[in-house]
Design a protein around this ligand. Sequence first.
Ligand code: PLP
Length: 439
Amino acid sequence: MSHLLHRNLRRTPPVAVSASGITLRDQQGRSYLDASGGAAVSSLGHGHPDVLAAMHAQIDQLAYAHTSFFTCKAAEELAQRLAGDAPGDLDHVYLVSGGSEAMEAALKLGRQYYVEAGQQTRSLLIARRQSYHGNTLGALAIGGNAWRRRPFEPLLMDVPRVAPCFEYRERLEGQTSSDYTAALLAELEQCILAHGPQNLIGFVAETMVGATAGAVPPTFGYFRGVRKLCDQYGILLILDEVMCGMGRTGTLYAFEQEGVLPDLVVLGKGLGAGYQPIGAVLARAHIAQRLRDGSGAFQHGHTYMGHPVAAAAALAVQKVIQRDNLLGAVATRGATLRRLLRQAFGDHPHVGDIRGRGLLMALELVQERSSKTPFDPALALHALVKDAAMACGLLVYPMGGTIDGQHGDHILLAPPFIVTDSELADITERLGDALKAAL
Ligand code: PLP
């Protein structure tokens, strides 16, 4: 019996013992191609020498200093780099230990931003029905994943919700993409008006939906329209880039491809690329300025925030991405992955959609393609595919999502940015074997 409270209490997973490049190995001597970077985390693969060296150097010098007494060089440098690389005036950085913590911090920053201006009535955040923003109570309340929320509903704050931007499942027969987008924006505007802008903090969304529906990009103009509404009604735009940020879609931030500047950006996963637990909130100048001019402090904090070793690891990750032009690599290898997936599964009877951007791609599995009929949720097909893939020495990140009562199984692929073309071909072949075994 394991004393660890594992995710699954009935089944202990294999023991991982080592990893390098895009391969992980377990205690039984089996190896696995990491086609999902864990859960879209390991953007540099495993054992990157530059990141390890930076962490070792930092540990030798200063492993920890509490942020109520000190700042440290690594955290200052990381913040300077993130602020310098981010577009516009997203030039303040709050460092925490992961994506959920970063979402909590963003929600509280948003609330305090209005409290500092005497606008106490502002307490609501509008979110989307299909979304995942983390598992802590605030983040879980914002998220729309019914399965994750169900046992904890009584503990969660009320969150007004609008439709997600999910063309494959939600655009009506005969509706153009721009009409669909306009309808979504009209629904958001109605929601803002129904609750009253004076009661709202902001609108929260993943720029590209990650785990709940699998690599769903927004329609053209959707986020421009959202930004316009947020400006028109004076509410904040908070974008969750925990999964799609830090280069995963081919630009440092996915919102850069949408031509918008959010007020707050939530980061995790690829920021530390799995080398250390780290998350962050990027805030625009007007947010930091109001707090500075008001109470003078953000009323929040965690013991491990701004951790020197985590900051050093994240800084090294960002340096490698820039030095090795890995954003360019994401674009070209992403195009290769898309082509391989289309060749292998474009006509597959149970692959309804192949979607994504850069190296964040997904297959949606359906029972019947033309009607997009999903598989029976009781089958938990996504879990079967995951097991079959592991048996083929492949790690993919599968999920069964629920949207407006509709279930869909999808398989997320998010390989490290250093993946080679031949590894992508190997991944595609093994995925084909796994689907054969599971379907
Ligand atoms: N937001 C998004 C979009 C995510 O995908 C995740 C994790 O999967 C989170 C937030 C929560 O991050 P963490 O698991 O680091 O708390």
